[in-house]
Design a protein around this ligand. Structure first.
Ligand SMILES: *[C@@H]1O[C@H](CO)[C@@H](O)[C@H](O)[C@H]1NC(C)=O
Ligand SMILES: *[C@@H]1O[C@H](CO)[C@@H](O)[C@H](O)[C@H]1NC(C)=O
Ligand SMILES: *[C@@H]1O[C@H](CO)[C@@H](O)[C@H](O)[C@H]1NC(C)=O
Ligand SMILES: *[C@@H]1O[C@H](CO)[C@@H](O)[C@H](O)[C@H]1NC(C)=O
Ligand SMILES: *[C@@H]1O[C@H](CO)[C@@H](O)[C@H](O)[C@H]1NC(C)=O
Ligand SMILES: *[C@@H]1O[C@H](CO)[C@@H](O)[C@H](O)[C@H]1NC(C)=O
Length: 770
């Protein structure tokens, strides 16, 4: 090794040790640049992309296929908090598909010198994993970097192309990823990444993200033929129109070229869910932080999912600090020009600087001005404002089959073999979603994969080093749980508190036929006989294909017989089958819409209505189901003539709006007659029904601004309003008479009670409360 290389290694090591916050995909499985290596650490952190994650992260194998329109619960853990006070946090979720997108067959990084690739074509050299392609990186490494960016006191002198950034001042290459694109979002140059969602702690930026996303907005770039760029060393392609049009190399003129928008909807943008610092685990309530991705309905052989996790501090305003505050390139040691005086309450900038309040690497500050000693702060200006990343292994997308009806839900397995310490920062086995909620008639897609090359000494059952899973229903419930009304009349099947499977001869599980149940249990077909008591002879990949859920409503608890070793770890999941149509969505300050699959109920939340993320869910009960539910609470409906709609349940039940604005609700009613009123009650006990005001009836739809969740139902108005008015007048007359007739009622108390009751009832019918 030449001394120069030693030096570079030391630098890289120093860098890895500074890791302070990471992100790891768990479903789909994140690679963190791994490729089935048998060691605990990945071989090569620079293989495909720059994760800045710990070397132990990532899963060996992760390729599955997903049906278009299916719902995929994307799960991850992030280490440095989100939606909390310690930092600004952004999570950007994207995917990319392409004929050359691949995992590769070696852990070496793809060369960026074509001469070192087969047939001089790196794009088609299947030995190497590749996401972004050769041409993309060629443009990146030759394009002038955005010189307006804040680079703090990092040395970017004479490092003028987009492969050099504040976070990557050495210009290190990882796969064909472009460092400038990686560090900044939205990127101002074209890329193949399609935006899915941006989750941010400050949704006031959402509009900007949605307008600027390449999903909807074209990009421009300065282009030259690849051969021309390759020919001339040290070429720096301009990054703007004016310079581009004046640029030529080797007699070839550059062209300012338009790259069309991806032509898909703008990304979803909403608040991040809460996670705390220094903790790679679940968010609030012990639930993993997730994004439910509706997979696009396309046919693609090879795609990859990407998540970036951007943490920035409040020490300077990261969104409004630019190169004018970077250090003087000739005097980097003076630190950046970010003025910390005002922020930290010094009278002048010179005092701040004198006391060491400088935005630079590891400043030494004098906390007590008069004392002589200093405290050294662990500031790394390449990492204050830092982006982590993970990407999935490649996966395929298949168009939803014509024959498929109902929504499709993916049910996968996350985690890898080992105990919690051996697998960290990955997780132990679990099903994803751990609790899946769906409706009778929806479809479920059981599918998972794993590896045969986990470290051999990692704990687990069956053959050392191997991941296997199966699904069997757990034994009958041990005690009754609730009335089950939320999911409709149905039972609770199996129980998490036991570890023996149900004997399946007389129990249905999701309505799957016997053959499918056996397939789920024995992973057959895929494996024909063999030693299967611990599934050892099966392959790593399992697919049950699409199945309709036809079973009775209920809660089904299931487990994996192989990995569930109660004294050490559980692998248990739950599927809640509702008999009613239902839908749910996480809606925050940006507003949003959620609708039942049949369109009979639609709830629209205007931007600015909520002040935090809420999981809004909808259900529909038939009138009989509603009545049945009410009977269990000894309630009945005594107003209106007859039902003009189903019962529609909107939750959460409490007032959702922080702003006092209502939530636009549109529910189908069964009559065109506008002689219909809508009533609301609470779902727990139906204590009071209140007539909803401001209801517009149009074409069989009742629209109104709901102030809160609850159960809504429409009833035709009573035809005998005249009678009620009559009774009321009668009451007034009677009361007048009472004044003179107190004595009569004093003598006949029973008669007074009768009058009082009928008057009260009449009065109620005239108010909105009933
Ligand atoms: C940097 O920001 C300042 C103030 O926000 C602005 O006046 C200036 O034009 C910006 N400079 C660049 C290079 O973007
Ligand atoms: C990360 O945040 C910084 C502000 O600190 C912003 O300039 C940058 O574009 C963001 N990058 C990503 C990938 O979100
Ligand atoms: C959120 O972002 C907007 C626009 O970028 C900014 O004006 C506002 O101060 C930010 N709010 C917080 C709490 O950071
Ligand atoms: C995602 O879907 C699951 C149901 O499968 C649900 O429990 C969860 O609340 C959803 N999360 C979000 C953030 O939408
Ligand atoms: C269950 O786990 C314990 C501890 O790791 C192990 O000793 C035991 O062999 C496991 N059981 C089976 C059936 O593998
Ligand atoms: C299954 O069969 C047993 C014995 O015949 C019976 O006691 C049990 O109730 C049955 N379970 C169900 C869910 O039908």
């Amino acid at each position: 090794m030449k001394p120069l290389n030693v030096c570079a290694c030391v630098l890289v090591l120093a860098f890895t040790k500074l890791v302070s916050g990471d992100i790891y995909f768990h479903n789909p499985r994140g690679s963190n640049n791994r490729l089935d290596e048998a060691r605990r650490d990945r071989n090569n952190a620079n293989r495909l992309f720059d994760s800045q994650n710990n070397d132990r992260g990532g899963y060996n194998v992760g390729s599955l296929y997903y049906y278009g329109t299916s719902i995929l619960q994307v799960e991850w853990t992030n280490q440095h908090s989100c939606a909390d006070v310690n930092d600004h946090c952004e999570l950007v979720l994207q995917y990319m598909c392409g004929p050359h997108v691949r995992d590769g067959a070696t852990t070496a990084t793809i060369p960026d010198n074509r001469l070192r690739c087969q047939n001089y074509n790196c794009n088609t050299d299947l030995r190497y994993g590749m996401h972004e392609d050769y041409n993309y990186y060629l443009m990146c490494k030759t394009r002038r970097r955005n010189m307006g960016l804040f680079t703090a006191d990092q040395n970017l002198n004479n490092r003028n192309t987009a492969k050099f950034t504040r976070q990557n001042p050495g210009g290190t290459r990882r796969g064909f990823e472009c460092p400038e694109e990686r560090d900044y979002y939205p990127s101002w140059h074209p890329s193949a990444w399609i935006d899915i969602a941006v989750m941010t702690n400050n949704v006031s930026r959402c509009e900007y993200y949605q307008q600027e996303s390449q999903n909807v907005k074209e990009r421009w770039a300065c282009i030259l033929p690849v051969e021309t760029i390759e020919k001339s060393r040290n070429i720096v392609l301009p990054n703007n129109k004016e310079d581009c049009e004046a640029f030529e190399s080797d007699g070839v003129k550059a062209e300012w070229h338009k790259f069309a928008a991806h032509g898909v909807a703008a990304p979803d943008c909403r608040e991040t869910e809460f996670s705390r610092d220094n903790h790679l685990g679940n968010g609030l309530g012990g639930h993993p932080n997730v994004y439910n991705w509706t997979v696009p309905n396309i046919d693609k052989d090879s795609c990859v999912l990407r998540i970036r996790y951007n943490v920035s501090t409040n020490d300077y305003d990261p969104w409004n600090t630019n190169s004018s505050e970077s250090a003087n390139p000739r005097r980097l040691r003076d630190g950046s020009k970010v003025n910390l005086a005002e922020k930290y309450g010094f009278d002048s900038e010179s005092t701040a600087i004198e006391r060491g309040y400088i935005f630079e690497n590891n400043p030494e500050v004098k906390v007590f001005g008069d004392a002589d000693f200093t405290l050294r702060l662990a500031v790394n200006t390449a990492q204050y404002g830092r982006t982590f990343q993970d990407r999935s292994h490649t996966f395929a997308i298949m168009k939803k089959p014509e024959s498929a009806s109902g929504r499709i839900h993916n049910l996968n397995v996350r985690g890898k073999r080992g105990n919690i310490v051996q697998v960290y920062p990955a997780v132990e086995y679990d099903f994803v979603p751990n609790t899946l909620e769906l409706t009778q008639g929806d479809m479920i897609h059981f599918q998972w994969t794993g590896s045969n090359t986990n470290p051999n000494n990692n704990d687990g059952q069956g053959l050392a080093g191997t991941d296997r899973s199966n699904v069997v229903l757990l034994r009958a419930q041990q005690y009754a749980e609730g009335s089950g009304w939320r999911f409709g009349p149905g039972g609770k099947y199996g129980h998490w508190g036991v570890n023996y499977p149900m004997h399946l001869n007389n129990v249905t599980f999701l309505g799957l036929d016997r053959k499918s149940l056996e397939t789920l249990a024995f992973l057959d077909p895929g494996q024909f006989r063999g030693e299967m008591s611990e599934l050892d002879d099966a392959g790593t990949y399992f697919d049950l294909g699409l199945h309709s859920v036809t079973s009775p409503a209920g809660i089904y608890h299931f487990m994996c017989t192989r990995n569930n070793n109660f004294s050490n770890r559980d692998q248990k999941g739950r599927i809640i089958v509702y008999m009613h149509p239902m839908a749910q969505s996480a809606i925050g300050a940006m507003g949003g819409k959620v609708a039942l699959p049949d369109g009979s109920l639609e709830v629209m939340v205007e931007p600015g209505t909520f002040d935090s993320l809420q999981k809004v869910s909808l259900q529909k009960w038939s009138a009989e189901q509603g009545e049945q539910r009410m009977r269990t609470k000894n309630r009945e409906i005594s107003f209106g003539e007859e039902y003009a709609s189903s019962f529609y349940v909107v939750s959460p039940e409490q007032t959702m709006s922080a702003s006092g604005k209502g939530i636009m609700t549109k529910m189908s009613i069964t009559t065109d007659d506008d002689d219909v009123a809508v009533y609301r009650s609470n779902t727990e006990n139906f204590a009071t029904w209140v007539q909803v005001t401001g209801v517009q009836i149009n074409d069989g739809v009742a629209s109104f601004q709901a102030q809160q969740g609850g159960v809504y139902v429409a009833r035709t108005k009573e035809k005998n309003v005249g009678l009620i008015v009559g009774i009321t007048i009668l009451c007034i007359v009677i009361i007048a008479v009472i004044v003179g007739g107190v004595i009569y009622f004093k003598r006949h108390p029973g008669k007074w009670l009768a009058v009082k009751t009928s008057c009260r009832n009449a009065g109620r019918s005239m108010q909105s409360k009933v």
